[in-house]
Design a protein around this ligand. Structure first.
Ligand code: GAL
Length: 385
């Protein structure tokens, strides 16, 4: 299939601009590969535009399940008005619509009421319970981005329906396993209560602010996030916290429906969003972006010998230019990292979103193979996977 895809990619690159800009509702070309050219509109098997952003792909039972935020037209698309949409495929190229698997609710008192923010949903399968567990970044309706919560939902089958369980700030009453002793003192708590508000700024004062102790009682901020299941079956929520300045890695309970209360800080004050993780040959790799909202910036990656760190910052793994917009590695081809799918021992796919905050329904997906070196990775632009 890959020779077939790359042959079509050559043809596709010649017409890349035209495809990237037009937005027909029917697929003009029947070939599967034309449905998943990077940065172009993707179509499902009914000929409708694939609407799944900021999500990921679950591999289960010989099939792939693409899921993500269902976006609507215009700036309304920056809020959740529909929910999480899913598609299934046997080849990562031909996508069948499986519908909305977690819907927003009309009851305005619900945590996931129409108009809330549901971002970066991630789904993992729990082999012990046989359940499918979804986590997502949740901002309850009308609160801007101040809630910084995690939403949790569960289903009996990959295609749902997913039942919303609850939302929270993880994990009240706990300090990180790798906390500095001086951060746990009453003085640190008082200092943090004074400083966590200035932390939203990028001033020198903001950059030095001690943020997380002030949130120990309530639970920590959690915005951009991913889930990672390690080889031993333990799962972790990896999320941007402390006003997005520092990553937190939270261990989940055996059923993946709760937090054990053990968590680690990583990439301290490095301002990393959009974390995506994979493991290969004893190295854990974490790809992320800087913090510039929907606007693209330069990706960075880290590596570690254990999911809990310590994480070592390396450079920008991206190479090449997206011919449709002329953007290269300094702006991640116009996109932002999102998820890494392990297809096989040798094949890992890094997934990115090209956001369109004025009309999010027109946001685009970019899927690229990861090339592994000796403890290093490269992700090079190509026109399709
Ligand atoms: C981005 C983040 C997105 C979304 C956006 C809102 O930095 O990666 O998921 O939260 O900010 O401005």
């Amino acid at each position: 299939m890959s020779a077939f895809l790359s042959a079509l990619a050559v043809v596709g690159s010649a017409v890349g601009m035209a495809f990237a800009e037009a937005a027909p509702t029917q697929n003009p070309v029947a070939e599967p590969a034309s449905r998943c050219r990077n940065g172009a509109i993707w179509y499902d098997t009914d000929g409708h535009v694939v609407n799944a952003h900021g999500g990921g792909v679950l591999a289960h039972g010989g099939k792939y399940y693409l899921y993500g935020e269902h976006k609507v037209y215009g700036k309304f698309g920056n809020r959740a008005h529909v929910g999480v949409h899913m598609y299934s495929s046997a080849d990562l190229a031909t996508w069948k619509d499986e519908g909305v698997v977690l819907g927003v609710e009309n009851d305005l008192s619900s945590d996931i009421a129409d108009g809330c923010v549901i971002e970066r949903p991630k789904i993992v399968y729990n082999a012990k319970t046989g359940k499918f567990v979804m986590y997502f970044h949740l901002e309850r309706r009308g609160r801007g981005y101040s809630d910084a919560r995690v939403g949790i939902a569960v289903a009996d089958g990959a295609t749902g329906p997913y039942k919303f369980i609850r939302s929270l700030n993880p994990t009240p009453g706990t300090y990180p396993v790798n906390a500095r002793e001086e951060d746990k003192t009453p003085e640190a708590l008082e200092r943090s209560k004074r400083e966590f508000r200035v932390s939203l700024g990028s001033s020198e004062e903001g950059r030095k602010a001690l943020i997380y102790p002030a949130h120990v009682e309530r639970g920590q901020d959690s915005r951009d996030m991913t889930l990672f299941v390690d080889d031993d079956g333990k799962a972790y929520l990896v999320h941007s916290s402390e006003s997005n300045s520092t990553l937190h890695i939270d261990e989940l309970t055996d059923d993946y429906l709760d937090f054990t209360g053990r968590w680690w800080r990583a990439a301290e004050k490095d301002w990393t969003e959009a974390p995506a993780i994979c493991k290969k040959d004893g190295w854990y790799y974490l790809v992320g972006s800087g913090c510039t909202g929907w606007a693209p910036n330069k990706a960075r990656y880290y590596r570690a010998r254990a999911i809990t760190g310590p994480w070592e910052r390396l450079g920008n793994p991206c190479e090449g230019v997206n011919p449709a917009n002329g953007q290269g590695p300094d702006r991640t081809w116009g996109g932002q990292s999102n998820y890494i799918l392990k297809v096989s021992e040798d094949r890992y796919v890094a997934m990115f979103d090209i956001w369109r905050p004025d009309n999010q329904v027109d946001s685009r997906l970019v899927w690229l193979p990861i090339v592994f070196g000796d403890g290093e990775i490269t992700i090079r632009w190509q026109d399709s996977l």
